[in-house]
Write a protein that binds this ligand. Structure first.
Ligand code: AMP
Ligand code: ZN
Length: 112
């Protein structure tokens, strides 16, 4: 838990999110600014800043997160999807708590 981290606050329930999945290790919720009709994020409950801050101790967690991608995408009705992990400021990361973006279903209705 990092006190000023927005995703830690979502994990703790301090700020709301549209959760689509939760277990002991991971939560998934819809992105507040969707870039596709379906756009959710898979987030570890453990505060890890980014993929480059992971090591072998995070291997099982990373595997679990990756295997959740097709499972949750299917539950959201997606036959196919894109995934994205922005890493570091130069990699476009804005929230410094590791997350996998999952996109599918085309552009959001607001943009079509
Ligand atoms: P990234 O650029 O990969 O760090 O992506 C951060 C993502 O978090 C952006 O797509 C934001 O729209 C999203 N985001 C930020 N705050 C929230 C929030 N409170 N609930 C849901 N998504 C959020
Ligand atoms: Zn955090």
């Amino acid at each position: 838990m990092s006190a000023d981290c927005i995703f830690c606050k979502i994990v703790s329930g301090a700020i709301p999110a549209k959760k689509i999945y939760e277990d002991d290790d991971v939560i998934a919720f819809n992105d507040i600014k969707p870039m596709a009709k379906i756009h959710f994020m898979i987030v570890p409950k453990l505060h890890v800043e980014s993929l480059k801050d992971c090591d072998v101790t995070h291997q099982a967690l990373l595997g679990k997160m990756l295997l959740l991608v097709p499972k949750l995408a299917q539950e959201q009705g997606l036959a196919g999807f894109k995934t994205l992990i922005n890493t570091g400021r130069e990699g476009g990361q804005e929230v410094f708590h590791l997350h996998i973006h999952v996109f599918g279903g085309g552009l959001p209705s607001a943009n079509t």
